[in-house]
Design a protein around this ligand. Structure first.
Ligand code: NAD
Ligand code: DAU
Length: 348
């Protein structure tokens, strides 16, 4: 039995990765290491919590003692590291939290893996973002050799953690792999991010806050396809390599919000055009990157990965999930979320 630590497994992408690994690899013992911040939610994993090859450990990755105690108490084969502060807007309000978790927390994990992990047969997999490459104009795509040029405190912290991971490979010969993925959509995403926030507001007839003119472009990938890419890279990726992951699926924000409104009108039995009346243009995000687009050909050609669903199909499934899981959405939008929302959007 190989002990695999997946950090951030109670979050949006992490829960999909944990579920996939627990269900597919019964010879792995999956340890979900997560501190359960506002973004971590064990409800995301109710269906697999009783599985014998799954364990949850509540732990802050910046707590060196706690992390080392876990790593020294079990033979850790590999780490798949997703735990992070992940929201760009929060990084603008509170950059220090991003330095602590994303930079310091990653180095704490690297040190623990170096001291106690299986550095001959296992590996340290760092899950990262395309935002480290900065912003694109109308043309071109990010490749693995695009120079790092992060613009937000979030992307600066992720770029820094990528550099540390690569430095541990060069300096200590640690077996590592890094992936940089585009925007994910799917079930269980915390409604601070564009798509679930808009779904929640449409349901509740609240304004739909589109930043700036809504012309920024993002490249959207279904979260389950990100999880399948992580699976492929974890098992087949070459040590010391980076792989870009993306869905070849660019959308201007305003076009995506309009499409969402049309689908929601149909699903909620509203007149066509009713939800779109809620669209409200608000003050832009500071330093808002204009466009992200991923060239995932290395991953496709070398490791044989490709996305499994077309966007229309994945988007419908996603919307259906939020409409069918009212309780989940109500729980995560009560309490602190209300204060967050007011601070971020009132009089914006
Ligand atoms: P998320 O915010 O939904 O989840 C983050 C998880 O990390 C939560 O479960 C949280 O409790 C946990 N966590 C935070 N701080 C912690 C700490 N100090 N100790 C232990 N656990 C902690 O994030 P997500 O959107 O699922 O993103 C997961 C990873 O994927 C991140 O590293 C992010 O940078 C990367 N990524 C995200 C996207 C995207 O579109 N969401 C795209 C590319 C890459
Ligand atoms: O590209 C990968 C990144 O995608 C990940 O690394 C991040 O963790 C993830 O949060 C995401 O970052 P973005 O900033 O692109 O995602 P967000 O959902 O916050 O915003 C998507 C776009 O929508 C962006 O151009 C800003 C805009 N937006 C967002 C919100 C929350 C709005 O117009 N209104 C909003 O209320």
């Amino acid at each position: 039995m190989k002990n695999i630590i997946i950090t951030g497994g109670a979050g949006f992408i992490g829960s999909h990765v944990v579920r996939r690994f627990v269900n597919r690899y019964t010879d792995y013992h999956i340890i979900n290491l997560d501190n359960l911040t506002y973004a971590g939610n064990l409800e995301n994993l109710r269906d697999i919590e009783g599985c014998s090859n799954y364990e949850f450990v509540k732990c802050d990755i910046t707590d060196t003692k706690a992390v080392e105690s876990l790593f020294s108490s079990k033979e850790i084969h590999s780490v798949i590291h997703l735990a992070a502060e992940s929201h760009v807007d929060r990084s603008i309000t509170n950059p220090i939290d991003f330095v602590m978790t994303n930079v310091v927390g990653t180095v704490v994990l690297l040190n623990a893996f170096k001291s106690f992990g299986n550095v001959t047969q296992g590996r340290f997999y760092h899950v990262s973002t395309d935002e480290v490459y900065g912003t694109l104009g109308d043309e071109g795509k990010f490749t693995e050799s695009t120079p790092y040029d992060p613009n937000s405190p979030y992307s600066a912290s992720k770029a820094s953690s990528d550099h540390f991971v690569r430095a541990y490979h060069e300096t200590f010969k640690m077996p590592i792999v890094i992936s940089n993925c585009s925007n994910n959509y799917g079930s269980h995403q915390f409604p601070e991010k564009l798509i679930p926030l808009m779904i929640h507001n449409i349901k509740n007839n609240k304004p739909l806050p589109v930043y700036g003119k809504g012309e920024n472009i993002r490249d959207w990938l279904w979260v389950n396809d990100h999880a399948s890419a992580i699976d492929v890279i974890f098992h087949k990726g070459k040590n010391g390599n980076t792989y870009n992951i993306g869905g070849n699926n660019e959308w201007k924000n305003i076009d995506l919000v309009n499409k969402l409104c049309e689908i929601m009108d149909r699903k909620l039995g509203r007149n066509n055009g009713e939800s779109a009346k809620l669209i409200t243009y608000v003050t832009d995000r500071a330093g808002h990157d204009f466009r992200y687009a991923i060239d995932a050909s290395k991953l496709e050609l070398e490791l044989g990965w490709s996305p499994s669903v077309a966007f229309d199909q994945g988007f419908e499934k996603t919307i259906d999930w939020y409409l069918e899981n009212n309780e989940w959405l109500d729980n995560v939008t009560s309490g602190n979320y209300q204060a967050y929302y007011q601070n971020m959007y009132t009089n914006r």
